[in-house]
Design a protein around this ligand. Structure first.
Ligand code: PMP
Length: 456
């Protein structure tokens, strides 16, 4: 299309917009498809193309689009009190949402600090670890242990904690105090059983702690499911074993539930009920407002806080915060979102339908080019390779998956393009018929695209 035929949005975007993970080769030349509106699990492009929102935006549009209860709560709050400084005032919405979330978190994680999204939530958790160990007089206990293939955000520190930071071209190497463990992806285990692989991973963690000295390790930071790093589901018992090791060495266990909280795995928080671990700190974002407005937060254990607050505080401030911490409009959206979950009995719905979702996606396992299908709750991926037994994806595998995603888009389904994976993590309101529709489109796209690639 000649530039003059572009829509106004496309022209504006090409000239002025820079997007996350901007492809710098095409800056100013290409604009992403512009969406105009959404209804339920569907979104529509400016030119009227109707699409199923396969990845729920960025794993976040839990209740779907066009929810009038949330929209009205946002409008009411914006009219009543659009802002307050969280430094010297608070508001009814932030206090009520903190109380609600404290009832949903496991253990004694009863103190909620609100942030602007997931990165700032993880950043806050890591700054708390720093504060905590300084306050306890152990300034060297600052190491952060993460996994390759983990993703924790896009601030300088949280990006350093993400597996890809080690190989990100044109960014400086990550901070020295960050230690990387293997990805808990059984496909990379060289044929071990799940139980053997767990022992290998546990041994690696223990060796790392011993090599560096437990007095230098402050926290273990982990997503229950490594979402953006490839929908990787660790072996059974992984989180509980890692927590035991953390406890032994006084290492804080931070569960990054930015993706898994708020219903994605059928629970408000997945750490305890799905993955058998009560963390010291949980981070959340995304689903807390179903993506209607930005909000994130950190839930911290009372026991931890007691050690560095009140008479143990030594006069210190936890000097961390954002202009929009506990924003009244965001928190009103969060409260309305929870009410919608309850009205729709959404957690139960996810618990019931996730079996169907799993079965339907597993039905694609035998298609040509498909080497793995991984599903947990309403998070799923189909992994594609041009060569059957290949473990590490190459450029041609990524290109094939991108073509599958593009064809799905043409056929009315958004699939999150993630390296050589087709990721599906739909709005939680999804029905069985809609899951069938998603799988039919995926099946057709996989068969058509792989026929060309595998024959080549
Ligand atoms: N943690 C996890 C587990 C995530 O998946 C993400 C975002 N995909 C983040 C943190 C960062 O969240 P945000 O993009 O809202 O800053």
């Amino acid at each position: 299309m000649a530039p003059t035929q572009l829509t106004k949005t496309a022209q504006q975007a090409r000239q002025h917009l820079m997007v996350p993970a901007q492809d710098m080769k095409t800056l100013g030349q290409r604009a992403l498809p512009a969406l105009s509106h959404g209804e339920g699990i569907h979104v529509f492009t400016e030119n009227g193309h109707r699409l199923i929102d396969g990845p729920a935006g960025m794993w976040c549009t839990q209740v779907g689009y066009g929810c009038s209860e949330i929209a009205e709560a946002i409008a009411d709050q914006a009219t009543t009190l659009s802002y307050n400084s969280p430094w010297y005032t608070t508001n009814t919405q932030a206090a009520a949402l903190a109380e609600q979330i404290a009832t949903m978190t496991p253990g004694d994680l009863n103190r909620i600090f609100f942030t602007t999204g997931g990165s700032t939530a993880v950043d806050t958790a890591l700054r708390f670890v720093e504060y905590f160990n300084n306050a306890l007089g152990r300034p060297s206990k600052k190491g952060i242990v993460v996994r390759r293939d983990g993703y924790h955000g896009s601030t300088a520190l949280t990006f350093s904690c993400s597996g890809r930071s080690q190989t990100a071209p044109h960014f400086d190497p990550p901070a020295q105090r960050i230690h990387y463990l293997s990805s808990p992806n059984i496909r990379l285990s060289g044929g071990q059983t799940e139980a053997q692989f767990l022992e290998t991973l546990v041994e690696e963690f223990e060796t790392l702690i011993e090599a560096n000295g437990p007095e230098t390790i402050g926290a273990f930071l982990a997503e229950p499911i490594l979402a953006s790093g490839g929908v990787i589901i660790p072996p059974k018992g992984y989180h509980a074993r890692f927590k035991e090791i953390c406890e032994k060495h006084e290492i804080l266990y931070i569960s990054d539930e930015v993706v898994t909280a708020f219903g994605r795995c059928g629970e408000w928080f997945a750490s305890e009920k799905v993955f058998g671990v009560v963390p010291d700190i949980i981070t959340f974002a995304k689903g807390v407002t179903s993506g209607y407005v930005p909000l994130g937060g950190v839930a911290i254990s009372d026991k931890l806080l007691a050690r560095v607050s009140g008479e143990n505080a030594g006069g210190a401030y936890f000097g961390n915060g954002y202009t929009y911490s506990g924003h009244p409009v965001s928190c009103a959206a969060g409260l309305a979102n929870i009410k919608v979950f309850e009205k729709l009995d959404l957690l139960n719905h996810v618990r019931k339908i996730s079996g169907y979702f799993n079965q339907a996606l597993q039905g694609l396992r035998d298609l040509p080019g498909v080497v793995d299908v991984r599903v947990s709750g309403l998070v799923g991926c189909v992994e594609c390779m041009t060569v059957d037994q290949r473990i590490i994806a190459k450029a041609e595998d990524r290109a094939m998956a991108t073509e599958i995603d593009t064809l799905c888009f043409e056929m009315g389904l958004i699939v999150r393009p993630l390296a050589n994976l087709c990721v599906i993590s739909p709005p939680l309101t999804i029905t069985e018929d809609q899951i069938d529709e998603i799988c039919d489109i995926l099946r057709t796209a996989i068969i058509r695209v792989t026929a060309e690639h595998l024959a080549a």
